[in-house]
Design a protein around this ligand. Structure first.
Ligand code: COA
Length: 331
């Protein structure tokens, strides 16, 4: 059975840097509060005209070039996002069009911050089954056009940023490398713990003036509850992956956690007994880019030569849904 190898990675973040101090112009917050509670110093916001498909395309071209393949060799696109450019169709088809890959399937994954790990799970199954040999896996998000930057929305608005990350996955017959396993979960009992209620087809009409006045078109979150679930589920699903492969935390060379809050990542690190240089954190510079955090962090880790052939890489995600998941990769 073929295995799934990471052949190339790439990322794109918008040029516009939004520092914490800029946010104090829009809402009652402070650089100190944001850094102390979240670790975030700045994030990127798109400027008018930039779309999530365009960001995905730029990240994808970098990944394709790094993989040393032609775009035409890609057999399928899997794209995670909670912020599609339009209600439908998904962003994957716009990316497919921009890459000139008419005909190949484009699957959007709706698993929020777990979108990249969920997408990896699907792509890995397709490659192992022999259905496709080369898959473009992308995570992309534009939050800046959908957050409440007034004091009412400050708990969420300070957290999120825009960006895209991509990876080219290829089938390999080498049995000593590639994805070892993926483990994905959900608990819809907490669906409303972090959600955007409008526009939505359950509403008649999908969005009303009343919804807008009440801010139901903005994401809402029970921050403390989300935090508690994240620090429980992330270590748990890492342990599940390690046990499934007869490995222990001592075997992990590099952990890339979803970048939700630096305090969450530090708690996960402590619970797993890992050293600082074994964990990738870039939330300080980008905030939470949801489905894009893991592929952006992976692309930066590759660029910074933090992974060597044979290393054990662990990806772990947690997000709205609730959804969570992990993957172990022999680099
Ligand atoms: N600036 C200043 N004060 C703020 C603020 C902001 N941006 N956001 C909230 N506050 C205030 C609150 O209103 C509250 O004030 P009060 O005590 O007068 O009521 C106070 O700060 C403490 O709020 P609380 O929500 O208890 O803070 P916290 O320590 O839990 O931190 C989060 C808030 C959002 C940073 C934290 O809960 C968190 O990170 N949760 C997980 C979020 C997450 O990861 N989401 C994505 C999952 S993928």
């Amino acid at each position: 059975m073929p295995r799934t190898a990471f052949a190339g990675t790439g990322f794109y973040v918008p040029d516009r840097v939004v520092k914490n101090d800029e946010l104090t112009q829009y809402m009652d917050t402070s650089d100190e509060w944001i850094i102390e509670r979240t670790g975030i110093q700045e994030r990127r916001w798109v400027t008018d005209g930039m779309t999530s498909a365009e960001m995905a395309c730029r990240a994808s071209k970098m990944a394709i070039s790094a993989a040393g393949i032609e775009p035409g060799e890609i057999d399928a696109i899997v794209l995670g996002t909670l912020s599609p450019d339009v209600f439908f169709p998904g962003t994957g088809v716009f990316l497919q069009r921009d890459l000139g890959l008419e005909g190949i399937p484009a699957l959007d994954v709706r698993a929020q911050c777990s979108g990249f790990v969920y997408g990896l799970s699907v792509a890995d199954a397709w490659i192992k089954s022999g259905q496709y040999r080369t898959i473009l896996l992308v995570g992309v998000e534009i939050h800046s056009t959908g957050i409440d930057v007034s004091t009412r929305g400050r708990d969420l608005a300070v957290l999120f940023g825009d960006g895209a990350g991509a990876a080219v996955l290829t089938a390999t017959d080498e049995q000593d490398r590639g994805v070892l396993s993926t483990h994905i979960h959900a608990d819809g009992n907490h669906a409303e713990m972090l959600w955007t209620e409008a526009a939505g087809s359950k509403n008649h009409p999908r969005i009303s003036a009343e919804d807008i006045a009440a801010g139901r078109h903005y994401p809402r979150m029970e921050g403390r509850e989300v935090f508690k679930h994240a620090v429980k589920r992330m270590p748990e699903v890492v342990m599940e992956a390690l046990e499934a492969n007869d490995l222990t935390t001592n075997d992990i060379d590099l952990l890339i956690p979803h970048q939700a809050n630096l305090r969450i990542s530090q708690m996960v690190q402590r619970r797993l007994g890992l050293e600082d240089d074994q964990v990738v954190n870039n939330i300080q510079r980008y905030g939470n880019t949801t489905a894009a955090t893991i592929p952006i962090a992976l692309a930066e880790a590759v660029r910074d030569e933090r992974l060597e052939r044979g290393d054990l890489l662990c990806l772990v995600a947690f997000g709205s849904g609730l959804t969570w998941g992990s993957a172990l990769v022999r680099w």
